[in-house]
Design a protein around this ligand. Structure first.
Ligand SMILES: *[C@@H]1O[C@H](CO)[C@@H](O)[C@H](O)[C@H]1NC(C)=O
Length: 142
């Protein structure tokens, strides 16, 4: 009985902790949309909100030091396109999809400090994305 109670408490603490600093956002419409070259993608449809993610700017600014799991999924639809996941402006990884409704995902771990800035930006030519198939997520690994 006592053990069960202790485990429940531990689970509760773990759940509370892992519920911090997690967000997922996507793009608004069913169609292909233009995004400016080198522009930050503003994933403005927030599926899981976190105060560290600014859906107006598309920038994630962690308020806790730690290792984060960061994930980007893209589909450009009928044109080929590149995205880059950036940490403080520096390319961390590239994504690419071709012109036949392919999808691509990069799921990476990133050491981040308070105030670092993480975003996704359009890179190279063919500047459009097929909105609803695009997501940007991060979670602090407990
Ligand atoms: C986060 O890491 C930086 C650099 O290592 C350190 O200076 C700072 O004190 C840390 N902040 C917190 C809240 O742990």
């Amino acid at each position: 009985m006592m053990m069960t109670h202790i485990f429940t408490c531990i689970l509760f603490v773990l759940m509370c902790r892992s519920s911090n600093a997690a967000f997922t956002a996507t793009l608004p419409t069913g169609g292909a949309h233009y995004y400016a070259l080198n522009g930050i993608i503003r994933y403005n449809v927030v599926l899981l909100a976190d105060s560290d993610y600014n859906s107006g700017s598309g920038v994630f600014t962690p308020s806790k030091n730690g290792t984060y799991s960061v994930s980007v999924t893209m589909m450009s639809g009928t044109v080929a396109a590149h995205l880059t996941l950036r940490k403080n402006g520096v390319t961390y990884v590239w994504l690419y999809t071709g012109n036949e409704y392919d999808m691509a995902t990069q799921n990476v771990n990133m050491d981040l400090k308070v105030g670092d800035q993480v975003w996704v930006q359009m890179t190279n030519a063919a500047r459009s994305l097929f909105d609803v198939y695009n997501t940007f997520s991060a979670v602090l690994i407990p």
